[in-house]
Write a protein that binds this ligand. Structure first.
Ligand code: CA
Ligand code: CA
Length: 137
């Protein structure tokens, strides 16, 4: 039974959606799925804590997804939001195809990547996310 471990380290240069005097309150959701042609398989969804009033949050939080039999077609969807009263602002996303990342079993691979624009949400082109991922069979 395989396990995917994701460590969210930090993000930087997020968009200041609550104004320059009142920075955003970012959190991240991780959604692991097997992206098949016919029927996608949901492998779990997890959410980080919310960091208050910062464009450069540090987390160092670990998330595990169990029962991942193989990485074939497995995709990690990363979405970043600003917690607000009412509807949260989308601040970016990242899609990582784990079967194309040549992960070495038992070893973390580091990712330091630019976020992509997410829907109609606020977005900074300089926004980055740092995380590491490993897969154990
Ligand atoms: Ca906001
Ligand atoms: Ca907010």
């Amino acid at each position: 039974m395989g396990v995917v471990t994701v460590v969210l380290e930090k993000m930087s240069h997020l968009k200041d959606t609550d104004g320059a005097m009142n920075h955003p309150d970012p959190y991240v959701t991780f959604h692991l799925e097997e992206d098949n042609i016919i029927l996608d398989k949901n492998l779990g969804k997890q959410q980080s804590s919310t960091k208050k009033c910062t464009c450069n949050p540090t987390y160092n939080e670990t998330f595990t997804f169990n029962n991942v039999d193989s990485l074939k077609n497995v995709v990690l969807m990363v979405r970043v939001f600003d917690e607000d009263f009412g509807r949260d602002d989308a601040m970016g996303k990242l899609r990582i195809k784990l079967d194309e990342e040549a992960l070495t079993p038992g070893e973390f691979k580091n990712f330091n990547q630019k976020l992509e624009k997410s829907g109609k949400g606020m977005f900074s082109r300089d926004a980055r996310i740092e995380l590491k991922i490993k897969y154990d069979q």
